[in-house]
Design a protein around this ligand. Structure first.
Ligand code: CP
Ligand code: NVA
Length: 331
């Protein structure tokens, strides 16, 4: 059966089959070649896209905007709208669905993006919620495909840190869908929920994936093709940073941890933004309060030859473009 994603939303990777994810990665690879060749496209010509952001963003917003411009469409960046304040999500969705061909939402509640999708009548894409960050995982899978040059079913990925955040949840589901070996490494209080683990293991039973959760760093990272981490306190959790620093300092990705993989070629991955130095307002504050030069990853690992973080960031644009083209474009 040929894959046809026209009209589909992407709210979580639960919504997509392994074949559909592979299709989006292949389309992204083609669009990357097209962009690098300087070819402007028309697959979004005549399409109007609205980007709703309740939380800050650099990559996601810019990736959506550039992707739309590259393929001939138009965007509206919407902040401080009436949505949820003076107007229900349902009414907002029904109205935006009459103006626009696609809606991106970044914010707090997963229910908000689900509700937008139920009522808009056009594709809705999750640009990050507290629960999931599915467009990031498309970019991460594409990056692993490019660098590791072997089938997903032969890849081992570990995620270390706050394993119950949007990245931990989404990577586990993405790995399960693609048949990978995936280990979440965290202190037990930050283990992913039973719901996410059980769902991922059900998927794994069909795809051949292996899904593990452990607080044993040495065991978890051993043999990994890639070590992935994320900030210790996600957007909206800033008040938890002090307690997370105490909890997660032993889980920092540093040279000693990378050496525990037993593989000198293991890649380092991060969705960004990252506290790998003190050149940020928060990094400076943490330096003063805790005398730390970095948090989830040291500057040395972040800048090392194994680090693929900027490739991941670039691939956000190609994968987001592929998702829009596939779901609302002129294919
Ligand atoms: N990785 C990511 O989503 O980055 P932004 O928060 O800058 O969009
Ligand atoms: N877990 C992070 C991801 C940022 C891309 C956050 O939600 O802030």
């Amino acid at each position: 059966m040929p894959i046809n994603l026209n009209g589909r939303s992407l709210l979580t990777l639960r919504d997509f089959t392994p074949d559909e994810i592979s299709y989006l990665i292949n389309l992204s690879l083609n669009l990357k070649v097209k962009k690098r060749s300087g070819i402007r496209g028309s697959t979004l010509e005549g399409k109007n896209i609205v980007l709703i952001f309740e939380k800050p963003s650099t990559r996601t917003r810019c990736a959506f905007e550039v992707a739309v411009f590259d393929e001939g469409g138009n965007v509206t960046f919407l902040t401080n709208s009436q949505m949820g304040v003076k107007e229900s999500i349902e009414d907002t969705a029904k109205i935006l669905g009459r103006y626009y061909d696609g809606i991106e939402f970044r914010g707090y509640q997963q229910e908000t993006v689900e509700s937008l999708a139920s009522h808009a009548g056009v594709p809705v894409w999750n640009g990050l919620t507290d629960m999931y960050h599915p467009t990031q995982i498309l970019a991460d899978l594409m990056t692993m495909h490019e660098h590791l040059k072997k089938p997903f079913r032969n890849m081992k990925l570990c995620f270390i840190g706050d394993a119950r955040n949007n990245m931990g949840n989404s990577l586990m589901i993405g790995a399960a869908k693609m048949g990978m070996t995936f280990t979440a490494i965290a202190p037990p209080s930050l283990f992913p929920s039973e719901d996410i683990v059980n769902y991922s293991r059900q998927v794994a039973a069909e795809t051949g994936a292996v899904i593990e959760v452990t607080d044993d760093i040495g065991l978890g990272v051993k043999g990994s093709d890639a070590v992935y981490t994320d900030v210790w306190a996600s957007l909206g959790e800033e008040d938890k940073l002090a307690e997370r620093i105490t909890l997660l300092q032993p889980y920092q990705v540093n040279t000693a941890l990378m050496n525990k993989t037993g593989n000198s070629e293991t890649f380092f991955m991060h969705c960004l933004p990252s506290f790998h130095d003190t050149n940020t307002q928060i990094g400076t504050t943490v330096k003063e309060s805790h005398d730390l030069d970095s948090m989830e990853v040291t500057d040395g690992v972040f800048r090392s030859r194994q680090s693929v973080v900027y490739d991941q960031a670039e691939n956000r644009m190609h994968t987001i473009k592929a998702m829009m083209v596939a779901t609302c474009g002129n294919l």
